[in-house]
Design a protein around this ligand. Structure first.
Ligand SMILES: Cc1cc2nc3c(=O)[nH]c(=O)nc-3n(C[C@H](O)[C@H](O)[C@H](O)COP(=O)(O)OP(=O)(O)OC[C@H]3O[C@@H](n4cnc5c(N)ncnc54)[C@H](O)[C@@H]3O)c2cc1C
Ligand code: FES
Length: 338
């Protein structure tokens, strides 16, 4: 994960379906990413630029270029601009790949549950695992109808090339109705041992997560990626307010990139702002509690988060906190970037 800013040249635009376009970028030298990560694009809009995250549907080490796949959202500011406007040769400002929706091992069996444009990070994971791993995969892929299935032909080709490693089950609303708990449970039951990845519209994700939990799949083996729009502009400079005279500071210990840092943490500062202000290369993307790119493990002490749209109770119980939203509560705080 990194907060590096890049300007990428559009090398190709692919019309995937009636309302989804892929934008292909040349990869800048030295850029690396993990399957399942996303780019944050800065897109123009009449009321001022908007920042939008788009998962990479390309796979590192497999595809020679970066690819994001954008599906139109009715009246959406960013997605329609991308689908209507972007042409080969355009340059777009992005934040470098980020995110934690990525398998720990490409050799593990993977259970993949995708709805609509939620296929994008899943496609990257599938291609990476088939090329570089050994595990087997089941993809359950829900769509409104056959015409709205993104990567239909690509998936068919992957299944044909790896029939013993990849199973794809399409769920079409026009044929089977909306995905519901009981049939989903039956589909995924034989895969209760696998590491699970869920991405799609909120009702689909809730139903899929419920099906997995009811089969006893532990929460730490269920990964979810929620597609939300950012409200702020992560390109604005981070301003770290100077400590107010007499302000309480707490003792902070941070493990980051193999180094341990001891800092005084003013109680009015957010953890990420403090670290960036001290020149540390702490990861972030949205800076508004919506993406989890800044996630840290709280090892000791207590913090309070101003906003949290991504961490669930189970994540909090495991110690995860969002550095961009955390202010200190206890006199000593220790955190670790994993
Ligand atoms: C980690 C991550 C990965 C993602 N990956 C993908 C991906 O691979 N592919 C993909 O297509 N999407 C992805 N998304 C979602 C994407 O970032 C955007 O949220 C999506 O494209 C919609 O953005 P928009 O600007 O088009 O819509 P918005 O302008 O954000 O509008 C969203 C909704 O709000 C309404 N709205 C518009 N303007 C306003 C306003 N001023 N006030 C109130 N409501 C308004 C619109 O009618 C619309 O229904 C991802 C999101 C995240 C966080
Ligand atoms: S940077 Fe996105 S949640 Fe903190």
């Amino acid at each position: 994960m990194t907060s590096e800013r890049l300007r990428l040249r559009v090398a190709d635009v692919i019309r995937e379906t009636g309302d989804a376009h892929s934008i292909v970028f040349d990869i800048p030298a030295g850029l690396t990413y993990q399957p399942g990560q996303f780019l944050t694009l800065r897109l123009p809009h009449a009321d001022g630029p908007v920042a939008r995250c788009y998962s990479l549907s390309s796979a590192p080490g497999v595809d020679e270029q970066l690819k994001v796949t954008v599906k139109r959202v009715k009246d959406g500011r960013g997605s329609n601009w991308v689908c209507d406007t972007v042409l080969v040769g355009h340059e777009i400002d992005v934040l470098a790949p980020s995110g934690t929706f990525t398998p720990k091992s490409l050799d593990a069996d993977l259970l993949l549950l995708a709805g609509g444009s939620g296929i994008t990070p899943v496609m990257s994971i599938i291609k990476s695992a088939l090329a570089r791993g050994t595990g087997r995969m089941l993809l359950v892929y829900a769509n409104r109808d056959e015409q709205s299935v993104i990567f239909h032909a690509d998936l068919r080709a992957l299944v044909a090339a790896h029939p013993d490693r990849l199973i794809v089950l399409h769920w079409l609303e026009t044929v089977q109705g909306l995905p519901s708990l009981k049939p989903l449970q039956e589909l995924v039951r034989p895969w209760a041992h696998a590491e699970a990845f869920i991405c799609g519209p909120a009702p689909f994700m809730d139903c899929a997560a419920e099906a997995l939990k009811s089969l006893g799949i532990l929460r730490d083996r269920i990964h979810v990626e929620r597609f939300t729009s950012l409200a702020g502009d992560p390109w604005t400079e981070v301003e770290v307010a100077a400590p107010v005279a007499g302000e309480r500071t707490v003792d902070l210990v941070v493990e980051l990139d193999g180094d341990t840092h001891e800092l005084d943490w003013p109680e009015s500062s957010k953890l990420l702002d403090l670290l960036l202000g001290k020149g540390l290369d702490a990861p972030y993307s949205c800076r508004e509690g919506a993406c989890s790119a800044c996630g840290v493990i709280l090892v000791e002490g207590e913090v309070v988060m101003e906003n949290n749209s991504v961490l669930e109770k189970e994540d909090l119980d495991e110690g995860w906190r969002l550095a961009c939203q955390s202010r200190p509560v206890s006199d000593v705080v220790k955190v670790r970037y994993s």
